[in-house]
Design a protein around this ligand. Structure first.
Ligand code: GLN
Length: 189
């Protein structure tokens, strides 16, 4: 199973390490040819507005839309969650999102005073809590009927799944716990 990690910007290597730990073969994706060569894709954290621009300039925007529309498994964390969402609130007018999962996401939703925080999350399907690292994190404001909410903070969804697409507002790649990456690999990748 070849799992791509979108490597235009952001926290790429920690995801590659998590995937390697689970026996998947990670490959960086910067070009349409590299995207065509992977079975699934991780969209990392970073800055969603910058990532949106780089997807356009790299020529990946069209091929990425096509692959997602045809059901490629994908896992987006933080900015990656924003990139995969149906709708972005508080985004830039020219910011593109790819509608791979039927959620509306608000950028920097936890507020500017609490830029970053950590929280113990109860995750549906996991026995013990998961340590969530949130960095200028979004949260989900609305979910469509086919979206499962797997974890929430103060009532706001922060981990959602819809078929082979998983999105997290936090950064599971920054802790040694691989259980959320495993959920992604089990869901279809
Ligand atoms: N606030 C960033 C954005 O809007 C996301 C931050 C992150 O990925 N850690 O893209």
């Amino acid at each position: 199973m070849k799992v791509g990690v979108l490597a235009l910007q952001g926290a790429v290597e920690p995801h590659a390490e998590a995937l390697r730990d689970l026996g998947a073969a990670p490959a960086p994706v910067r070009t349409p040819a590299q995207l065509a060569d992977v079975d699934a894709l991780v969209v990392p954290g970073g800055e969603s507005t910058t990532m949106s621009k780089l997807l356009d300039t790299s020529g990946l925007a069209g091929p990425l839309s096509d692959r997602l529309a045809s059901g490629m498994p994908a896992f987006g964390t933080c900015a990656g969650m924003i990139v995969l969402a149906r709708e972005v609130l508080d985004g830039r007018a020219d910011q593109r999102s790819y509608g791979a999962i039927d959620i509306a996401v608000r950028r920097n939703a936890f507020g500017r005073q609490v830029d970053s925080f950590e929280a113990e999350l109860d995750v549906a399907g996991l026995e013990d809590s998961f340590h969530g690292v949130f960095i200028r994190a979004p949260f989900v404001e609305a979910v469509g009927p086919h979206v499962e909410v797997l974890a929430a903070v103060d009532g706001h969804p922060v981990l959602c799944r819809s078929g082979p697409v998983l999105v997290a507002a936090f950064h599971p790649e920054l802790t040694p716990d691989r259980r959320v990456h495993r959920l992604f690999l089990e869901a279809g990748a």
